[in-house]
Write a protein that binds this ligand. Sequence first.
Ligand code: PLP
Length: 456
Amino acid sequence: MSNRLQTEQIQQLDSQHHLHPFTTHQTLRAASGPRVIVKGEGAYVFDSEGNRILDGMAGLWTTNIGYGSKELAQAAYDQILELPFYNTFFKTTHPPVVALARKLAELAPANLNQVFFGSSGSESNDTAIRLIRHYWVLKGEPKRRIIISRKNAYHGSTIAAGSMGGMSHVHQHSYPVYEGFRHVMDPYWYGESFDGETPEAFGLRAARAIEDEILRCGPENVAAFAGEPVQGAGGVKIAPDTYWPEVQRIVDKYGILLLADEVITGFGRLGTWFASEYYGIRPDLITFAKAATSGYVPLSGVLVGDNIADALMAENDDFNHGYTFSGHPVACAVALKNLEIMERDRLVPRVKETTGPALARMLARFKDHPLVGEVRSVGMMGAIELVADKKTRRRFSDLGRVGLICRDHFFRDGFIMRAVFDTMVCAPPLIWADTQFEEASAVIERALDQTLQDVK
Ligand code: PLP
């Protein structure tokens, strides 16, 4: 069968039987159908037509070591033969889960020494929400239930994690949004600052929105503040330098817990194992997923602070929460091997030394392009904002249309960047070398020019 016929057959079956995440199915089916990805190798994926595509999104902020690692395949194979599954519920454990928990405690900030495992970022945030509320019950302050988060935050798609997130289109699907979550402004200087407001002043104002909300709710009712160190799915929104120190001051002042959602930023994306270290914050909980296994198999978890763990241990009480696949042995074995490879190949320090600066240089090339309002990056995540008017930062009226046009040009030219409305975002695997930056740069240049022609 020809490649084309095979592709059409897969697309047809897909449209008959497969519902996709975050997708307008009518549009997907009206178009030719989804692109069929069949293979991955290093920094590239391949589609069913044989096209090689440079993956600027690391799958979905995930494949930090790149595709096709035989070492990870071997780790999974060996563990499947040894012990493919056993639960960790009923006073049982197994070597891979213990080894991984220990390794994570070593890599995490010093006060985080316990891990509760799951299989997705959403699950890890649900676990964190339950731990936070349970903690305050154990501490004799059960009224502390409110968790403050931010508009446009993405914490996952389960109803609790979706409610903690601040995306209105996610909330629409889960009426009513769970009680006990409040959303304040996000630290998005390019989009939200007043005319002439410096990033520093804006960063302080955005952080103080959290304090205002604490006071509105009554500090005695507030349990925690939750935030992604860099808002990823919201459009790679990088807070000004003044923001996180001020957030830490505020959570300390009111004695509330700090949850850092590091589902994207965990495992080296900013050049430190966790972004909490990069920003100098001291979270009480860190949620992680995605790159823990470089996405080869699902695994997530919550790194839990000693204060919370001590409170749990002080009671002879059940924490009634857990997943069948909490600490899945195969996922743990793959994660351990993934972390070993990242350490051996120095992928995390390389973000600081070479890959992060290379990404910043690549994006900076486009800052004067007529379509580009702002380029920004931190470590190995970055964004290009497309605007109708560079001077006034005016957006296109049909928000998202131009982003999709640009994304399609990238794709046709063999490169993946994601469109968050009209913001083009990238988070390449940490293994990129000069060749990949040069290749991406050439595609971006062509795609921006073509997009400009299309929207003129
Ligand atoms: N938290 C953040 C910051 C995310 O970016 C995501 C997913 O992209 C999630 C949580 C949810 O993770 P999952 O899709 O694995 O449930």
